[in-house]
Ligand binder design. Structure first.
Ligand code: A5A
Length: 460
């Protein structure tokens, strides 16, 4: 992949995932095929959250100005990014309304009404909504959006500090599993003070590395302590009759997850979709020869029905075009497995399979359709391994002590090898000025091989 940006833009268009021609910068359209991927991806996280006693809810998109401004640090962090609704028709509004950049303020306003005593806690809610951020950095489809189309945000309130700490751990565990299910390798770090979420005590972030060697934050978990709870008066009666403020956490992911699946797994020929989120898992292409059309089509339909019964998402491509074109179409769209069915296969009671991930073509016995379950598992494993290998190859440990030479070494490595560089933790260099010295971002502190490191990288 020589030019990643160009490849990425092309694939979004050609595989019919996302149309960026909408006339507002940072806003685009999920096309039906892309929308289906999105649906399967977010179904996974919904299930994981539901299973861990989170409840899905839905809050308004508009936030009155005074509510948004209530928590000082929070509004300071977001004030340059907020879109404002100022009029209702031609009449100016008494109170300006913000389009939510995130939903701490509306959700915590409501939590105050719900929380009275410790038995009302914990509360664990989430919503999947669009949010708006007037991003000033270069916008990119599904990566840096001004209308974030798929913002999954979870918000929790707890009776004790320990409960909130445990919640942070649970959230990290959930996201870890989620990214793993999608074959997206991540590096988890604690963001530095100067880069934490506005209003949080601390932020834990998930980063992945794109094929161009640049790092992208694809999820964050924040411990909010009692900051918001004090501002929004989330006071409750404790078990021993005293009073305390709730301890809160929140965590979010976005369309960047979709971007990562596309970017990390794809190749020159197009998408390679993990079977669990592929809108079509198996495509059947009948190879029609004169005089044998009926036999082949009938067999194809029979195989189609059998696979459908087994629960696969199958497509029978009976369009009147050459098989080669069909092959290209579905390879471009990342369908994990293709079945080719011709008269000879039928005669031999065989089925020809093609794996999108390894590009292997092989046959199985017609009776062995169950074998496809194992093949799908193997496809998933290969996709994961490949992504892991690439991301690992982008991680460099520089174990020198701090010196002037270190900054040069970091700069050189970032220019040549790109990716993430780990340097042993040293409080003297753990500051914002260091970012200027190395002309890159400090992602944060992270554990690697049991030691504490500072992770630095060029980021999206
Ligand atoms: N309320 C908390 C969860 C929050 O808003 N956290 S956050 O600001 O870090 O955003 C959560 C995640 O959304 C980020 O980790 C990032 O992956 C994604 N995100 C942030 N801004 C985005 C943008 N402009 N376009 C796409 N995704 C974005």
């Amino acid at each position: 992949m020589e030019n990643f940006s160009e490849w990425y833009g092309n694939i979004l268009e050609k595989a019919e995932i996302y149309d960026l021609r909408y006339p507002i910068k940072g806003c685009g359209v999920y096309l039906p095929y892309g929308f289906k991927i999105r649906r399967y991806v977010f179904e996974i996280i919904r299930n994981m959250l539901d299973e861990s006693e989170h409840e899905e809810a839905l809050f308004p998109m508009l936030i009155p100005e005074d509510l948004l401004a209530k928590e000082g640090e929070h509004i300071k962090g977001f004030e340059d990014e907020v879109y404002w609704v100022t009029h209702g028709g031609t009449a100016p509004l008494d109170v300006k309304l913000a389009l939510r950049p995130t939903s701490e303020t509306p959700i915590y306003y409501m939590m105050k009404l719900w929380i009275k005593v410790h038995t009302d806690l914990p509360i664990k809610v989430y919503q999947v909504v669009n949010t708006f951020r007037y991003e000033t950095k270069h916008t990119r489809p599904l990566i840096r959006l001004r209308e974030i189309m798929t913002f999954k945000e979870a918000h929790t309130a707890h009776a004790t500090k320990e409960d909130a700490e445990n919640q942070v751990r649970e959230a990290i565990g959930i996201y870890k599993n989620f990214f793993d299910e999608l074959g997206i390798p991540t590096i988890i770090s604690k963001r530095p003070e100067w880069d934490k979420f506005p209003g949080a005590e601390y932020t834990m972030a998930f980063d992945t590395i794109f094929p161009d060697g640049k790092t992208m934050q694809i999820g964050t978990v924040h411990n909010l302590g009692q900051n918001f709870a004090k501002t929004f008066e989330l006071e409750f009666e404790t078990a021993d009759g005293g009073k305390d403020y709730a301890y809160q956490t929140c965590y979010g992911i976005s369309d960047r997850v979709i971007a990562s699946i596309i970017a990390l797994h794809g190749d020159e020929k197009g998408l390679i979709l993990p079977p669990n989120v592929a809108p079509i898992q198996i495509v059947i292409v009948p190879l029609l020869f004169k005089g044998k059309e009926e036999i082949v089509i009938n067999k194809a339909k029979q195989v189609y029905n059998l696979l459908k019964e087994k629960g696969f998402r199958v497509k029978l491509d009976d369009r009147d075009i050459r098989p080669g074109r069909k092959f290209n179409d579905w390879e471009l769209r990342g369908v994990p497995l293709r079945i080719e069915l011709g008269p000879r296969d039928i005669k031999n009671k065989k089925i020809t399979l093609f794996r999108r991930d390894t590009e292997e073509k092989f046959q199985i016995d017609e009776e062995d359709l169950n074998e496809i379950n194992n093949i799908m598992d193997s496809i998933m494993e290969t996709i994961k391994e490949k992504a892991n290998e690439r991301v690992n190859s982008f991680i460099t440990v520089i174990d020198d002590g701090y010196s002037r030479a270190l900054t040069d070494k970091i700069k050189e490595t970032l220019a040549e090898k790109k990716g993430i560089i780990l340097i042993p933790y040293n409080k003297d260099i753990y500051n914002e000025e260091f970012e200027d010295l190395i002309d890159a971002s400090v992602l944060g502190t992270t554990e690697y091989d049991g030691k504490e490191y500072i992770a630095v990288a060029k980021t999206y």
